[in-house]
Design a protein around this ligand. Structure first.
Ligand code: IPE
Ligand code: IPE
Ligand code: MG
Length: 235
């Protein structure tokens, strides 16, 4: 494991649950359930078998509230089950769970389960799981700008002292830049995912729908990352 290069910060845009279900004549909820079961396996594998330190998961975008109420309600219930019990392996793997996104508009049951898992894992040190829920990259930049503007107005920050580090500290979470993002289902866009943190991110867009994106698929994506020549502007 130590000789193999892994991204330090991996992002996963878990897409294709609905199409996976449709192909099987199932409702979209069944696709989300299958996606969640797959996610638990992938995370367990990542934190046990790789040196990836931070995983950012796109669980629900600010735009996903446009979906039918029944689908949104199902997803919210799924989040509660995940955070209250299904993510138990995360705790065993010494992973700290944090959230990115706006808390407003989320049901109280979801907020309570988010607060519980955050608190239960706050002293864990081996890895970080950043769950993007009611998250939009554009909203994150707006919210960061407001936080910084308030500090300038109350005199605790000088305009000249605004640096990249200050910006990063005022995002939802102060995380290292994203090295690699995988978006399943074949869509080649980022749909408002961590736009500030992805200035030099490498991408993989496998065709597989998320419920079928297993450990073998993940290893294939990671192999593809290893072949990239990351230049960061160098000649
Ligand atoms: C991703 O799968 C899960 C969420 C956005 C919550 P989708 O539900 O977007 O599945 P498709 O893209 O419709 O197949
Ligand atoms: C992005 O997927 C959001 C998540 C995976 C949570 P969407 O399915 O919502 O994105 P679009 O609408 O295809 O761009
Ligand atoms: Mg989708």
């Amino acid at each position: 494991m130590s000789d193999v290069v892994y991204p330090n910060h991996l992002g996963i845009i878990m897409d294709g649950n609905g199409r996976w279900a449709k192909e099987r004549g199932l409702n979209r909820s069944a696709g989300h359930k299958a996606g969640a079961d797959n996610l638990i396996n992938l995370l367990d594998y990542i934190y046990k078998n790789t040196s990836i330190k931070v995983v950012s998961l796109y669980a629900f975008s600010t735009e996903n509230f446009k979906r039918e109420k029944s689908e949104v309600d199902y997803l919210m219930k799924l989040f509660v089950t995940l955070f209250n019990s299904k993510l138990e392996s995360i705790k065993k793997n010494d992973v700290k769970v944090v959230f990115s996104g706006r808390r407003e508009n989320l049901p109280k049951s979801v907020i309570d389960s988010m607060d519980k898992i955050t608190n239960d894992t706050k002293n864990n040190t081996k890895g970080i799981l950043n769950i993007c829920l009611n998250y939009g990259g554009d909203c994150e930049i707006v919210d960061m700008t407001k936080k910084i503007a308030k500090q300038v107005l109350d005199g605790s920050l000088n305009i000249e002292d605004i640096t990249k580090e200050v910006v990063s500290r005022n995002l939802y979470q102060d995380l290292p830049p994203l090295d690699f993002v995988i978006r399943t289902s074949g869509e080649k866009r980022i749909s408002n995912f961590m736009i500030y943190q992805s200035s030099y991110t490498e991408y993989d867009f496998p065709d597989t729908y998320f419920p079928d994106y297993d450990i073998k698929c993940l290893e294939k994506s990671l192999d593809c990352y290893r072949k990239r020549n990351r230049r960061f502007g160098n000649a």
